[in-house]
Design a protein around this ligand. Structure first.
Ligand SMILES: [Zn+2]
Length: 200
């Protein structure tokens, strides 16, 4: 029996904005979901690859990876080629094609950006881009940069925004130097996500 799947490529732009109100980070578009299912990777072990040579950002990326691995929920394995999740630095212009209409309307700075693709049942690749230039321009501390990276990594693993818990790393509106971190809720959400079958 032949069954042909039309590969459905879904692109999602996850955007972190900084408002004119200096220091408020708003990731506005974040769901790795279709109508009825949250996409995740086929296994909880995922290859991650850094595409930047920046020592500072690689340290932060490694720190974020360790934090996720310490949850004992998923295993992020670093690789130097063909990462399922890639990490890079990019100056993202507010009006670049990556920006959503909302971002264009607000005309704000995009600090982090996660594109994901799915074959219609599961995640097949994710690209995290971090706007290092603007993070530096707005004086983000290492901790605040780490926060942005952890948030984007959460999306790359399939987590959506968690609007109910201001302490969640996936909280959509977080203040600079926020206490938000990879919290119990996030870990539970990851566990729940990866205990589900892939989307049918
Ligand atoms: Zn987000």
């Amino acid at each position: 029996m032949h069954k042909s799947h039309s590969i459905k490529k879904l692109l999602l732009t996850v955007i972190v904005l900084i408002l004119a109100n200096f220091g408020v980070v708003i990731p506005i578009h974040a769901d790795t979901t279709n109508d009825n299912c949250n996409f995740h990777w086929h296994t909880p072990s995922v290859y991650v690859q850094s595409k930047t040579s920046s020592k500072g950002y690689n340290k932060l990326f490694d720190q974020a990876i360790r934090k996720y691995n310490q949850t004992n929920t998923i295993t992020l394995v670093k690789t130097t080629s063909a990462g399922q999740i890639t990490f890079s630095l990019k100056h993202i212009l507010p009006k670049s094609p990556a920006a959503t209409d909302n971002a264009k309307l607000l005309g704000d700075t995009i600090l982090g950006n996660t594109h994901w693709e799915s074959d219609g049942t599961q995640l097949t690749s994710c690209q995290i881009q971090i706007n290092n230039r603007d993070l530096n321009q707005y004086g983000y501390t290492r901790q605040a940069k780490l926060h942005v990276i952890e948030h984007e990594l959460g999306h790359a693993l399939g987590l959506s925004h968690n609007s109910n818990d201001p302490k969640s790393i996936m909280y959509p509106v977080t203040k600079w130097n926020s206490k938000a971190k990879l919290a119990r809720n996030d870990i539970n959400n990851l566990k729940q996500l990866y205990s589900q079958p892939i989307c049918g």
